[in-house]
Design a protein around this ligand. Structure first.
Ligand SMILES: [Zn+2]
Ligand SMILES: [Zn+2]
Length: 320
């Protein structure tokens, strides 16, 4: 079962955040803050999930973000890559992705994730949100409410095929890309390919997966902090593990496809599938031309290499 983004303990709104300071254990950069925190939730891990409304460069070189939580309350976050971090590489990385935030178009919807954030109530009554470290900040290229809708939907489909909506006891398999959606078979997956394709890319984000699956166990820093830029994923160490898992998944899928062939019903489905594929091709040609055509051809050619091919696709998207 995926975590619920509406869970106010794991994903609190600004008002429910603990006040500064950070507990000593989570602020390596500030050894002076050893005072005990009266807040019983002080050592708990949580993640603020909010939309980014405005990005402003301040005179001192830092970046101010106006962010809005689920209740549409607003708060401010200051990102300063020249701050107190002891890690020069992390600082350089932060400078890069924070400067990228300024180049995004206003219509790009963005969601910010802030691990273990604390609040500071300013004299004017506004809330400023602080994180211990820029590694606790992550920006997803998706709107806040779309992210809520998407995760709500995935939770509803926990025991159901994401493609056909049936829960009929037939074996199901995780989508080889995101492993967040269950499908009976390739045909069911293809039924919602046009809907799931973009979501699938987003859901592969290693940190989003951890938040939704395993959070809050010992999750003090994002593994890939900053802006979720897809091409950086190929450099991620977790990639190899994922690929191994995928191979297993795909083998399972193949085995089950064989089982399905024994059933009359599924033989009919397979015939239908050929027709559907032709239809898909026509549609895709109209919509997206070369890109989708390549993808369909890839799907047909080799099912076992889904992830590799999807990654190539991602790169194309980003460089485009
Ligand atoms: Zn299905
Ligand atoms: Zn997927």
């Amino acid at each position: 079962m995926l975590e619920d983004l509406h869970d106010e303990y794991l994903f609190p709104i600004f008002e429910n955040l603990a006040e500064l300071p950070f507990p000593a254990s989570s602020t390596s950069s500030n050894p002076d803050s050893t005072q005990s925190d009266p807040d019983p939730t002080a050592t708990a891990e949580w993640c603020v999930v909010a939309g980014i409304d405005h990005v402003v460069q301040l005179a001192d070189g830092s970046t101010s973000l106006t962010i809005g939580d689920e209740t549409r309350d607003q708060a401010q976050v200051i990102l300063n890559p020249d701050g107190e971090s002891s890690d020069a590489n992390a600082d350089a990385d932060a400078r890069r992705w924070i400067s990228e935030l300024h180049t995004l178009r206003p219509e790009d919807e963005l969601t910010i994730l802030l691990l273990g954030a604390r609040k500071e109530t300013l004299d004017c009554g506004k809330i400023r949100v602080h994180v211990a470290d820029l590694r606790c900040v992550k920006v997803l290229r998706i709107g806040l409410f779309y992210l809520f809708e998407l995760t709500d939907e995935l939770r509803r489909y926990t025991d159901m095929c994401y493609g056909c909506g049936e829960e009929d006891g037939r074996p199901m398999h995780w989508c080889p890309g995101c492993k967040m959606a269950l499908f009976h078979n390739r045909k069911c997956q293809k039924n919602v390919d046009h809907l799931h394709r973009d979501n699938c890319r987003l859901l592969r984000d290693v940190d989003l997966q951890t938040l939704l699956r395993e959070f809050p166990d010992d999750y003090q820093h994002f593994q890939a902090p900053g802006l979720n830029v897809l091409e950086t994923w190929s450099e991620d160490e977790t990639e190899d593990e994922d690929e191994d898992e995928d191979e297993d998944d795909d083998k399972d899928e193949d085995e089950d496809d064989d089982e399905d062939k024994d059933q009359d019903e599924d033989e009919d489905e397979e015939e239908d599938e050929d027709e559907d594929e032709d239809e898909d091709k026509d549609e895709d040609d109209d919509e997206d031309e070369d890109e989708d055509k390549d993808e369909d051809e890839d799907d047909e050619e080799d099912e076992d290499e889904d992830e590799d091919e999807d990654e190539d696709e991602e790169k194309q998207h980003n460089y485009a």
